[in-house]
Design a protein around this ligand. Structure first.
Ligand SMILES: [Zn+2]
Length: 441
């Protein structure tokens, strides 16, 4: 059947492949470097310190001449020039919103946006992501967000697709009646909510398939490989994940329905330029299949607090650079983990997320929750690595299960683990913590 809606939300941008990016981004990039050098006290200072003459930045390739920006610099900069900080590049009157998010150190981090930042960057990218996940103007999307920032920008992104935004909050009864009586047919929420909601639907004695949910979109939390088929099968819906970085753009990455489960497309063409750098040498790598490294983001049109070469600390692998069946030209990536979480066991790189994935495959004997325990500071760990594994609904023979988990880890991830099975691990409302430090920091 011919679909009555267009294939991509923004055909002109989303069909561009990695080869076309330099040509597409160059003009915007040069204009942005000029804007930042004139308006951002933070970058004026930074350029001076690194002896950078911005008039020597002449094309997209010259991006490597710019210094990196890291999160701790922003934390320092935000105390200077309030509101937002020394990296604010517009007048206060032009700011339209300021968000604060709880930082790990206890001091909130601030994000200042102009009206154009909101509509042309965040809402635009979210609309592209939602469209890729199957949301169309005839969708009615129950929108259950996490933080205020995501709540607002998802509302704007959903509305930009032409779909109906239907906020319900976390009230299960209201979510249920939106689907039962109001014709809602799509859901945006965190991954954790999917399983919670499924449990509630079953508890209420309802058939999840009869709720009419066809499309589910959510943020990538990792470890969703196990839960996705369960959710899709139970509701009869398709599930896609997206990922971004608040400081730059809510969703720079998103799966498409056609190839879900095999990497997220780059979908922020014209909004945020992406580099992948070698995690140790910091060299910018050519984007081709199999390349692994840290994602570095450069905003191309940000007004409020523009950031250049912002290091994400996300370690990823390029899965494909070919134009997809869905029509998107954006290369696809798989997230390997947070660079700061990476451990080495006898020279083997270990990502906690990868351990979680391997363990999760043994569900329902295990729940899929794990906790890696570190006894000493530093990323080098002497084997065996201690891993707590939470038991699932039907664990079976526990002694055999423990052995099985240890064997799976050794064969799939090539390091030795000592597994302790536990009835319950601490629950986290948002992203689960995978590492516990047993020493004083
Ligand atoms: Zn695709």
């Amino acid at each position: 059947m011919m679909e009555k809606w267009r294939k991509l939300f923004n055909e002109e941008m989303e069909s561009v492949t990695s080869e076309g990016l330099a040509a597409l981004h160059e003009e915007k990039f040069l204009a942005q470097v000029k804007y930042v050098s004139e308006k951002s006290p933070f970058y004026q200072d930074k350029f001076k310190q690194s002896d950078l003459d911005v008039s020597r930045i002449k094309n997209m390739d010259d991006i490597v001449k710019l210094p990196f920006t890291i999160k701790s610099e922003l934390r320092e900069a935000q105390m200077k020039n309030p509101p937002v900080g020394a990296h604010r590049a517009c007048d206060v009157v032009e700011l339209s919103r300021v968000y604060s998010s709880s930082g790990t150190t206890g001091i909130p981090t601030y994000l200042g946006l102009t009206a154009r930042d909101i509509s042309d960057i965040h809402a635009e990218a979210i609309a592209r992501f939602c469209w890729g996940g199957g949301i169309r103007p005839d969708s009615i999307v129950v929108n259950i967000p996490t933080a205020p920032f995501i709540a607002d920008t998802f509302r704007e992104g959903i509305e930009k697709t032409g779909a109906v935004n239907f906020p319900t909050g976390f009230n299960t009864d209201r979510v249920l009646s939106a689907f039962q009586y109001q014709g809602a047919n799509a859901l945006h929420s965190t991954v954790s909510f999917w399983s919670y909601f499924l449990g509630e639907v079953e508890k209420a004695g309802l058939n999840p398939r009869e709720l009419g949910i066809r499309t589910i979109v959510g943020g990538a939390e990792g470890g969703t490989k196990i839960i996705r088929p369960v959710i899709e099968e139970s509701f009869g819906a398709t599930v896609v994940e997206g990922m971004g970085m608040g400081e730059q753009c809510c969703t720079v990455w998103g799966e498409c329905v056609q190839n879900r489960g095999t990497g997220m497309h780059y979908l922020a063409q014209g909004l945020v330029h992406v580099e992948i750098i070698h995690p140790e040498t910091d060299r910018s790598l050519e984007i081709k299949e199999g390349v692994m490294g840290e994602l570095v983001y450069t905003g191309l049109i940000q007004q409020g607090m523009p950031l250049l070469r912002y290091r994400s600390r996300d370690h990823v692998k390029v899965v494909s650079t070919k134009t997809c069946q869905c029509g998107r030209g954006g290369f696809r990536i798989e997230v390997l983990g947070r660079i700061d979480d990476m451990l080495t066991v006898l020279g083997v790189n270990v990502y906690p997320l990868a351990v979680k994935d391997v363990v999760s495959k043994l569900a329902p004997r295990v729940s899929g929750n794990i906790e890696i325990q570190l006894e000493k500071p530093g990323s080098a760990v002497e084997p065996p690595l201690k891993v707590k594994v939470e038991l699932g609904e039907s664990p079976g023979d526990k002694a055999e299960l423990k052995k099985r988990v240890e064997q799976e880890i050794r064969s799939k991830l090539i390091f030795q683990a000592k597994v302790e099975l536990v009835d319950e691990l601490p629950q986290y409302q948002y992203k689960g913590k995978l590492i516990r430090k047993l020493y004083e920091e």
